[in-house]
Design a protein around this ligand. Structure first.
Ligand code: ATP
Length: 336
């Protein structure tokens, strides 16, 4: 059952979809009939859309026509774009929040369904791995986290980071004409610079997962970065030269994630995805520096295995599997 607020949101999302999909005008009558509401109710929704920045033309005797759409990530906008069964089907949008991972963790504890997606325009406490910070200004980026409830052993959960990395990489390439690569395990790179960070967190017992949160930060329309990351960070706008709308990009990532997650679940490992992942791996066949807690060493990266570890060859010729939780990987001469 939906309450009246939810019905309004669903109707608004559906109207947006109708307007977007129509070649020309959609008559007020058509919309009234579809939802069984009055012309005034329809006009109210159209006015709200206009106030939010959608340029909707209203022509007497013809109806409504959408001219341009703003770069917003409201629940209605996202719902109107989503082409999935479960991934991103329950959306919570925050103009500002501390961290979307924290929001999803809480929603998970409260029983929110598998696939719940939190999206924010700004984070006041964006996070990276091991307590590092994620730069999260307003109006230009995507900060989103999805709630997953996989019925797998807890030690398999880190692979979900790689599933997400693949989904984001492919989702971006579905929307934009760019070539992205993956820096194992969790960063997406364009031209050697970091475009996306991914942070996976889990709530689990020894042998049982309560839920997993996979958070994604995508630099979309930034035109510059703070001093400390200027050399290593980039945005889609800086790479393509144009503004990129965030909502369609989120929907594209969710579509890929739903597909790849289901492939992952078939074997509960990366058997069905590792070839695709390895093709995008920026570290593949390169010398890398492995920065572990106890030692640092140089090795030659060969690719990932079925469980998502990085296989490297040491200088003495021995091969070993590197576990993502324990190390960071850098290029010998820089970030990648
Ligand atoms: P690792 O290789 O261990 O993952 P990392 O430096 O890539 O190391 P993450 O936890 O993935 O670490 O990401 C956090 C780091 O990313 C920060 O310490 C900062 O250097 C950098 N960073 C922070 N915000 C941004 C951003 N918006 N875009 C690009 N890079 C960022």
């Amino acid at each position: 059952m939906h309450n009246s607020g939810q019905v309004k949101i669903i109707m608004k999302a559906e109207i947006l979809k109708m307007l977007r999909e129509a070649d020309s005008y959609v008559s007020g009558q058509q919309i009234c009939e579809k939802f069984g509401v009055s012309r005034t109710a329809v006009w109210k929704v159209i006015r709200q859309l206009q106030e939010e920045g959608y340029q909707v033309e209203a022509v007497r005797n013809r109806g409504y026509h959408i001219v341009t759409e703003p770069d917003v990530m409201t629940r209605e906008e996202l719902e109107s774009r989503m082409q999935t069964r479960w991934a991103g089907q329950n959306i919570v949008y925050y103009p500002e929040t501390d961290s979307t991972n924290l929001r999803i963790r809480q929603l998970g504890d409260e029983g929110a369904p598998h696939g719940t997606l939190a999206v924010a325009d700004r984070q006041t406490a964006g996070r990276g791995r091991r307590g590092r910070a994620w730069e999260s200004p307003a109006g230009s980026s995507i900060y989103m986290s999805i709630l997953l409830r996989p019925d797998i052993a807890p030690d398999r959960a880190p692979m979900l980071t790689l599933v997400m990395a693949l989904s984001v990489a492919e989702g971006i390439m579905d929307c934009e004409d760019v070539e992205v690569q993956i820096k194992w395990p969790n960063d997406i790179i364009i031209n050697g610079k970091k475009l996306v960070g991914i942070l996976t967190e889990m709530s689990a017992q020894i042998d049982y997962i309560n839920h997993v949160t996979v958070g994604v930060g995508i630099n979309v329309n930034q035109t510059g970065f703070p001093e400390d990351i200027r050399q290593t960070a980039t945005s889609l706008k800086m790479e393509t030269g144009h503004d990129v709308k965030r909502a369609p990009l989120i929907a594209a990532v969710m579509k890929r994630l739903e597909m790849y997650y289901e492939i992952f679940l078939e074997t509960e490992d990366l058997s069905g995805l590792m070839d695709m992942y390895n093709r995008m791996l920026v570290n593949r066949d390169r010398d890398v520096l492995i920065l572990g807690a106890k030692e640092q060493y140089q090795a030659h990266a060969l690719g990932i295995n079925r469980t998502g570890e990085l296989i490297v060859r040491r200088e003495d010729g021995t091969e070993e599997e590197v576990f993502a939780g324990e190390v960071s990987v850098r290029g010998v001469y820089g970030y990648v």
